[in-house]
Design a protein. Structure first.
Lengths: 502, 325
């Protein structure tokens, strides 16, 4: 195996392939920075290019672009409060606050470092224990998925902290928007108003850009006009300090491990992993009250999680030939075009290419870390651009991002509507993140629930009969109710004590 | 008339420039293939493969670019072509039975009658697959179990009910005399997920296209119970057809193209001839093998009749299943 891996490195380190990897990382980073274009869309756009390349080179290009866009996704989250892709929604919470406090540099840097650690961990796991651990992905059927997503949704209540009722309202609204489109189970068109564009549902990007980008632009404009805009603190350093690194290292490790475990389940993906790990982080770290106020761990944790998860999603694909969702499905298409049939025999039949691919993942991760060193410096300067120049640019780029999804005016109208709603929500202090999570998970949640019911012939007991699903549902209930019960009992004890004193 | 006369005279006078008479219609300028899906999807591959072979073999003189127009399983594409691209002789649009379902389910106001179906350049067969250690050793075991209790078997497929993979199951049930609405069909997003669910033991039988099952078949992780066609697959000739095993199902997933309405007869005939020539080139054969398509073709009127019949047949079946009124 080591020999094959070394051969892989020999190919991946050829000057031409290194150049391709560098170009791929750069392009990927830039595209990842643009809101609207996530890793999946980016890979899909590159598929045509793959046609004319030798397999190893083509795969190196695809992986480096994929990795690059995963690294780049956090940049706009931090700088302008607009997630570059769905897995970076959580990063906005602490990341943008850090940028406003003049710490954009360290935020960007820790995102790159966390991504490097997580990405490398995922490839190491793929190299040494791939196939055995990939089998655990098979344990997850519809019932288990449903339970996992319920668990994910239960975390939003405590996500942004302030008002649980508002978080729940926001989540439910997201779930409602997720019902638009052709219903996967009955085939009926729901809330489409006869418009073929709506048959495929509302894309998360459309809503996210409306709620984050448009709202941010309007609010900034209002603040600038009224002269109430908070002064952005001048940045004094661009790289992260040793003590900050040590402070966030435990969060990076937790993000990496949980991100990897969740990311390996087909279809669960990087986004869900960031929500779940961030919430776990809130329970286990020291000084959890600092999270959400511009804590560097609030960037390190989800960014590690999403990179570990996207690396992990390749494990079942490459070892067992099982595609997960999103980007891995595109990867599968690319492999087939290169005449490589993904399956359990891939290492035997196309060993040289697969090991080159794995070697190029190590190379890509290292290259991105080195690339981010100067890039952080450049990106951090974005914070110095006056709002009157920055915001119109954001508006234009976001609009192009939405348009590029399916070249549909309907999407633009929906973005506008989402912007209005987002503005209302910001003014009235409804958190936006739960809505986005509801929208992302809603379709899958409903689908898994109904798939499970078809299998069980209508009996809800299936969720309690399967041990994994039962375990996850119990955890979800504990997450939701334990804090309340603890609070109650504390109040109760306190009340009794005060009564005794009296 | 006078003007034409003058023009002819002018051309004659132009002499050397007009010596070669334009024997037949030839496309002029750039060609375009609309793929009504995202890049990397089935329709996208159908477009890109034809575009690359037609250019490589010189059958099309200019370049052919591919436009992706995703939305509504082909509904967005066909609406655009019918309303905005009338008479465009340089345009082809990729299609497959997935579009027939969009038409049969009336998810678009248009049908194959509003466009000009051009050619079927290849086909894929579907089949039923189980894990290597499944209790269903042959299709006969599956048929026996279904007849005893249709609800005791769960199928997974990569399409919504009323879509491609569900039809495989419904047609099979009909062929063995089981009420199709009684069959337990679990829909997944794409064949990959349907396969994963079957491998994990959450569903018993996966209804897939052969290309989706190839990797696992080669590794011996799954077993093919039946190929749903009247011929065996050229790649896996060991798997018997359903027809051989007493369940006559002929369900071929064709890959082809249609043209915009109002295209002149000369242009249409040129494209039919070009497609006929294309499928016989070694370049095409190589691509076809790679994609796992069978060399089953239809052209021109033959193809027009096929897709229209198919739309009627599926519509009746969908009505029977309660998906359309």
């Amino acid at each position: 195996m080591f020999e094959q891996l070394l051969n892989g490195f020999a190919t991946a380190l050829l000057p031409l392939n290194l150049l391709i990897a560098l170009a791929g990382c750069l392009v990927g980073t830039l595209i990842g920075v643009l809101p609207g274009l996530g890793p999946t869309a980016t890979l899909a756009m590159l598929i045509p290019l793959v046609f004319s390349m030798p397999p190893a080179t083509a795969l190196i290009m695809l992986t480096s672009v994929y990795y690059g866009s995963m690294y780049g996704g956090s940049t706009t989250s931090i700088l302008v409060n607009i997630p570059g892709e769905s897995a970076s929604v959580i990063t906005t919470i602490d990341g943008h606050k850090m940028a406003m406090q003049g710490r954009a540099g360290p935020a960007l840097a820790i995102a790159a470092i966390g991504s490097f650690i997580a990405g490398t961990f995922a490839v190491l796991m793929l190299t040494f224990v791939g196939a055995p651990i990939a089998r655990y992905a098979l344990l997850f059927g519809p019932a288990e998925f449903f339970a996992l997503m319920v668990f994910g949704l239960c975390t939003v209540a405590s996500l942004t902290g302030t008002n649980v009722a508002k978080s729940i309202i926001s989540t439910c609204f997201g779930l409602m928007v997720a019902t638009v489109g052709i219903d996967l189970v009955s085939g009926a068109a729901r809330f489409t108003f006869g418009n073929p564009f709506l048959q495929d549902g509302v894309d998360f990007v459309v809503v996210a850009i409306g709620m984050f980008a448009l709202t941010e632009v309007v609010i900034t404009a209002r603040e600038v006009h009224a002269g109430t805009r908070a002064e952005i603190v001048k940045a004094d350093k661009v790289w992260v300090s040793w003590s900050e690194f040590l402070y966030s290292l435990p969060s990076i490790i937790r993000g990496t491990v949980f991100g990897f475990i969740i990311g390996m389940l087909p279809g669960a993906g990087a986004t869900l992993s960031t929500f779940i790990t961030y919430n776990l982080e809130k329970r286990v770290c020291s000084h959890p009250e600092r999270l959400g106020t511009g804590d560097i761990r609030g960037v390190a944790n989800p960014e590690s999680a999403n990179n570990a998860a996207s690396g992990a999603s390749l494990v079942p694909l490459l070892t067992l030939g099982l595609p997960g969702g999103g980007a891995t499905a595109v990867m599968l298409g690319a492999l087939m075009m290169l005449d490589i049939t993904p399956g359990p025999l891939m290492f035997e039949k196309h060993g040289a290419v697969v090991w080159t691919l794995i070697a190029s993942m190590y190379v890509g991760n290292t290259m991105l870390l080195l690339l981010n060193w100067p890039l952080v410096n450049i990106f951090a300067r974005v914070m110095r651009i006056p709002a009157k120049f920055l915001m119109p640019t954001v508006l234009v780029i976001s609009t192009i991002g939405v348009w590029s999804l399916s070249y549909s005016a309907v999407d633009l109208v929906l973005t506008g509507a989402a912007g209005l709603l987002g503005y209302y929500m910001r003014i009235h202090k409804y958190p936006v993140e739960p809505l986005i999570l509801g929208l992302i998970l809603g379709g899958r949640l409903e689908q898994a629930y109904r798939q499970a019911l078809i299998i069980s012939k209508g009996s809800n007991m299936i969720f309690l009969e399967k041990p994994i699903s039962l375990g996850l549902l119990v955890c979800a209930a504990l997450f939701l109710f334990l804090p309340m019960l603890l609070k109650r009992s504390k109040q109760f004890v306190a009340a009794q004590e005060s009564a005794e004193v009296a | 008339m006078k003007k034409i006369g003058l023009l002819v005279a002018g051309l004659a006078l132009a002499g050397p420039l007009a010596i070669v008479p334009a024997a037949a219609w030839e496309p002029n300028g750039q060609g375009e293939c609309i793929a009504p899906s995202n890049p990397g999807g089935g329709w996208d591959i159908t477009c890109r493969t034809a575009a690359s072979v037609l250019q490589k073999t010189g059958a099309f003189k200019g370049s052919i670019y591919v436009t992706n127009m995703p939305g509504g399983s082909g509904a967005v594409g066909i609406a655009n072509v019918v309303t905005k691209r009338k008479g465009d002789t340089n345009l082809i649009v990729s299609a497959s039975p997935a579009l027939t379902f969009t038409v049969a389910l009336q998810r678009t106001p248009y049908t194959y009658k509003e466009v000009m179906p051009l050619a079927q350049v290849g086909a894929e067969y579907g089949g039923f697959f189980v894990t290597a250690d499944s209790k269903f050793k042959t299709l006969a075991d599956l048929i026996a179990a279904m007849k005893a209790d249709p609800k005791s078997v769960s199928f997974s497929g990569g399409s919504a009910p009323g879509g491609q993979d569900h039809m495989k199951v419904a047609l099979f049930a009909k062929a063995i005399g089981v009420e199709p609405t009684k069959v337990v069909y679990v829909p997944f997003q794409g064949g990959g997920e349907a396969l994963t669910s079957m491998l994990g033991g959450h569903t018993m039988v996966a209804a897939l296209d052969i290309s989706e099952a190839t990797g696992q078949l080669e590794a011996g992780k799954i077993r093919g119970l039946a190929i749903l066609s009247d011929k065996r697959s050229s790649k896996f000739p060991d798997i018997p057809t359903a027809t051989e095993q007493g369940a006559p199902v002929d369900y071929v997933i064709w890959r082809g193209y249609y043209m915009a309405p109002g295209v002149s007869k000369e242009a249409y005939d040129w494209w039919v001839g070009t497609m006929k020539a294309m499928v016989n080139t070694p370049e095409w054969a190589a691509e076809r093998e790679k994609l796992g398509w069978e060399p089953v073709t239809r052209f021109g009127d033959d193809f027009v009749k096929h897709v229209n019949d198919e739309a009627v047949r599926y519509r009746l079946l969908l009505k029977e299943l309660g998906f359309v009124k």
